[in-house]
Ligand binder design. Sequence first.
Ligand SMILES: [Fe+2]
Ligand SMILES: [Fe+2]
Length: 184
Amino acid sequence: MSTQSLRKDHKLIEKVLQALDATIKLLKDGKQIPEEILSPTLDFTQNFTDVCHHGKEEEALFPALEKAGMPTTMGPIHMMLLDHKRTKEIAEHISLASKKYLENGDSAYLIETLELYVQHVTEHLWKENNRLFMMADARLNDATNEIDKNMDDIEERKLSELGKTRSHYESLVDELEKNVSEIN
Ligand SMILES: [Fe+2]
Ligand SMILES: [Fe+2]
């Protein structure tokens, strides 16, 4: 299945969204969220999601779909590209909000941007899992091996350019879940 690697990424991203949801609740309860939670969150959202995962979609999946006759300037691919741009913008706001929060403890802006992020990315993943990826699996059946290889190459290149590995992000997510659950 040509979307298998992307669905695997989505599972990892969903775990981070759950950790962010828990973080929002803690912030609303007036708990302190340390840099050890905010900094890996930014590493994951800005590097794994924006660079690596969106790179695999934009440089391997979408071009393959375009080759199969799907337009990129309108319709689902165009919508997904706009969603990616918005995801990146909100992540930049989280970065700013985190800095301000760590400086002065004001959580309102951070809560607002985290809520926006969780909602936007949850909706985006749903659209891909249940719409675009279904279309992709139906249309790209013949090119699965080539697309899978392409995605593996892109993932390796993007992560090595960042000086990171997939296992770094898998451990980061485990740590994040653990650290968030231990705040009380
Ligand atoms: Fe996407
Ligand atoms: Fe995706």
